[in-house]
Design a protein around this ligand. Structure first.
Ligand SMILES: [Zn+2]
Ligand SMILES: [Zn+2]
Length: 141
């Protein structure tokens, strides 16, 4: 087995998830494609090599992986759920022109856990929007 697959099996086992082939394939896809794909994007991509893959399987698997904490699900403003295998806290930047969702490092000193208006905050979902560096460059030229 490849190294990445071994890592995934370990991760799934640590999270109490039985490492089936389909679960491994979905995790692998997310780790190799850091573009925060939607469930549909994952399904379309995996279907090419695995014709037995069903849309329901992909949706159910993503839900399970998210519930068990093996994946993060991000809600973007357009109500599309995007999946992320990067579990280190980070923000996101969405380009309004090309639609790409980039990882954004959270600035140092940003409060991690705090209380605001009496609510205890455990995590933030930071979503910045604008023109990405590629689209920005194109606009300049
Ligand atoms: Zn862009
Ligand atoms: Zn991310």
């Amino acid at each position: 087995m490849e190294r990445l697959e071994n890592q995934i099996v370990q991760l799934l086992q640590n999270k109490d998830i039985r490492p089936t082939q389909q679960r491994i394939e979905i995790m692998k896809y997310l780790m190799e494609h850091r573009v925060h794909p939607t469930a549909d994007m994952i399904y379309t991509a995996l279907k090419k090599n695995m014709p037995t893959f069903s849309k329901t399987t992909v949706y159910n698997t993503l839900k399970l992986l998210q519930e068990k904490g093996a994946l993060a699900a991000l809600a973007t403003v357009e109500d599309q759920v995007r999946y992320d295998s990067n579990l280190v806290p980070h923000g996101h930047f969405k380009c309004t022109q090309c639609g790409t969702l980039y990882d954004l490092e959270i600035p140092e000193g940003f409060p991690k856990q705090t209380t605001i208006d009496g609510h205890r905050v455990f995590e933030y979902q930071i979503l910045a929007k604008g023109l990405c560096r590629h689209c920005h460059m194109q606009e300049l030229s």
